[in-house]
Design a protein around this ligand. Structure first.
Ligand SMILES: [Zn+2]
Ligand SMILES: [Zn+2]
Length: 168
């Protein structure tokens, strides 16, 4: 399964997630509104982490398909239920991210500037794969590592240096 995922192309992923949405809408006898499919397509074309506003802008500018904020919000909630999207609460902002089949996520977050970088960690993935959980079937994980990025570290060091220079 892991291997399959790496060879899947973007178009295949979109097709697969559309099938998931199709299945859900049919099973629950919901209407297959074009909005839902347009939003799904936009979500899967976004760069990594995005806000509700950025997604709205993409839909109205690139897709010429403006959608109200409420519709966007409700649709993203539905996608989260279907595990097609995950929501992050990064420092001071809420961001969304497409996630197909519980793909695992490891983020490092700078507590000074708030910069978020996605990292790959085969060690952590392996450790979690090997973890035994009681009465629970895991399908993915999200990990946040907090710290200070190199840019902020350099700025802090510079500040300290000018301070000590002034004092001497
Ligand atoms: Zn930083
Ligand atoms: Zn992410």
């Amino acid at each position: 399964m892991r291997f399959m995922k790496t060879i899947e192309k973007k178009g295949d992923v979109l097709h697969a997630v559309e099938q998931i949405l199709n299945g859900y809408l049919e099973m629950n006898k919901h209407r297959k509104t074009p909005e839902r499919y347009a939003i799904l397509k936009a979500v899967y074309s976004m760069e990594k982490h995005f806000t509700l506003e950025e997604l709205g802008a993409k839909l109205s500018e690139d897709y010429k398909f403006p959608v109200s904020r409420a519709t966007l919000y409700n649709t993203l909630n539905l996608f989260m239920e279907l595990r097609l999207v995950i929501r992050h609460r990064f420092q001071g902002s809420t961001k969304y991210e497409a996630c197909y089949e519980g793909e695992s996520h490891c983020h490092q977050i700078c507590t000074v500037c708030g910069k978020v970088t996605e990292i790959k960690s085969p060690e952590i993935t392996k450790a979690i794969d090997l973890m035994h959980l009681k009465r629970f079937r895991k399908d993915g994980y999200t990990l946040y590592i907090y710290g200070i990025c190199s840019v902020c570290q350099a700025a802090i060091t510079r500040q300290k240096r000018t301070k000590t220079n002034k004092n001497t």
